[in-house]
Ligand binder design. Structure first.
Ligand SMILES: CC(C)(COP(=O)(O)OP(=O)(O)OC[C@H]1O[C@@H](n2cnc3c(N)ncnc32)[C@H](O)[C@@H]1OP(=O)(O)O)[C@@H](O)C(=O)NCCC(=O)NCCS
Length: 207
């Protein structure tokens, strides 16, 4: 990666710092936002290999390591909350991992963070992405005491844009050629954000 490449969305560094809060599991219906464990390897490996996740969540991918190790590192990084991120997997009724959400790039002096997410094909279209973003956002405001959370997506990613708007993240503008996605190309991105003082979106959590 050359120096001109935007580093936002880089894999979170292995946690050596003290977590800002201890990891917390969030339950909704029969689902949970949970801490990933080693036995999630197969599900995480398959999800990271999904073409849409590989394209729109390139931070999950690390050059030079085999996919299985990439998934292993992903699990250990996300499980080890630091003072820079709080991360969860979305666990289906049967315990399988079908998604992920994280509030990261935490800046406690500024009380800001950024949210990122993906759903595996089996998890999509059930309101789980929306639920995960709304619950993680609430955690960011109520527990991490953030004042503002930003959300970026490639302009072409209409599903992510729809989710962002439904989750109450206002569209604030377009950042030009701001991020290199999984196709190796720079893309324009929408910047969305929510403030702690914005109204909570009215959604029905999946059961
Ligand atoms: C984008 C993504 C997270 C959506 O997750 P999801 O769980 O399927 O979304 P939900 O079921 O919670 O739907 C949320 C909203 O987005 C809309 N939506 C979901 N998929 C859509 C699609 N393919 N096209 C248009 N709108 C879509 C839903 O209709 C819903 O809006 P509504 O309530 O007004 O109907 C998921 O498709 C995904 O992970 N894609 C690949 C990776 C990715 O894009 N990651 C995000 C990077 S910024």
């Amino acid at each position: 990666m050359d120096e001109s490449t935007v580093t936002r969305g880089e894999p979170y560094p292995r946690c050596v710092s003290t977590p800002v809060v201890e990891p917390v599991v969030l339950l909704f219906g029969g689902y949970r936002l949970d801490i990933p464990v080693a036995t999630d390897l197969e599900d995480v490996d398959a999800a990271l290999a999904d073409p849409d996740v590989a394209l729109w969540n390139p931070a999950a991918h690390r050059p030079g390591i085999v996919p299985r190790d990439r998934a292993r590192l992903w699990i250990s990084d996300r499980a080890a909350w630091g003072d820079d991120h709080a991360s969860w997997v979305v666990r289906d009724h049967d315990g399988r991992v079908v998604g992920a959400v994280s509030v990261h790039h935490l800046d406690h002096a500024m009380a800001t963070g950024e949210i990122g997410y993906w759903l595996s094909p089996a998890g999509r279209g059930r309101g789980l992405g929306l639920a995960a973003v709304v619950l993680a956002t609430r955690f960011g405001f109520d527990v991490l005491e953030l004042a503002r959370i930003e959300l970026f997506h490639a302009v072409e990613n209409e599903a992510s844009c729809r989710l962002a708007l439904r989750a109450g993240y206002l569209h604030e503008g377009t950042a030009r050629q701001s991020f290199v996605y999984g196709d190796g190309q720079r893309h324009d991105e929408h910047l969305h954000a929510r403030l702690a003082t914005d109204p909570e979106p009215e959604i029905t959590l999946p059961g």
